[in-house]
Design a protein around this ligand. Structure first.
Ligand code: CO
Length: 134
């Protein structure tokens, strides 16, 4: 059911320093910072040949990654995103197997303008999973 790895999202405290690390130390192609107030983050996209890494810095007081960074002072992998062909069919299949979908259970428009859902980390090896309709 799941397809390509769309991205790995890494929460960071200092977006400029993290961007420089990926650009200068690791030699990756990085985007300009993109504030996404509706998601409570500023994002830098790291473009790799086969997927993306997204560096997420909190934006605003109640950012969804604020608590994560309180627990992970050095930052860390926040979620991984898999593509699916049909997000509603994927959701229904997962729910039928007992997986917990976060929030209302209805897809929201994610950072790439496509419908996304998040799955409870306790149901997926301790990893927050994002599904994005390809
Ligand atoms: Co994501």
């Amino acid at each position: 059911m799941i397809g390509r790895l769309n991205h790995v999202a890494i929460a960071v405290k200092d977006l400029a320093a993290s961007t420089a690390l990926y650009r200068d130390t690791l030699g990756a192609r990085v985007s300009q910072p993109l504030p996404q107030p509706e998601h409570g983050v500023t994002v830098v996209f790291v473009e790799l040949p086969n997927t993306k890494v997204e560096l997420l810095e909190p934006l605003g007081a109640d950012s969804p990654i604020g608590k994560f960074l309180e627990r992970n002072a050095d930052g860390g992998i926040h979620h991984i995103c898999y593509e699916v062909d049909d997000i509603l069919a994927a959701r229904d299949r997962l729910k039928a197997q007992g997986a917990r979908v976060l929030g209302s259970g209805e897809p929201r428009i994610g950072a790439h303008g496509k419908p996304v859902l998040f799955l409870h980390p306790k149901d997926f090896c301790g990893t927050l999973v994002e599904l994005e309709q390809a």
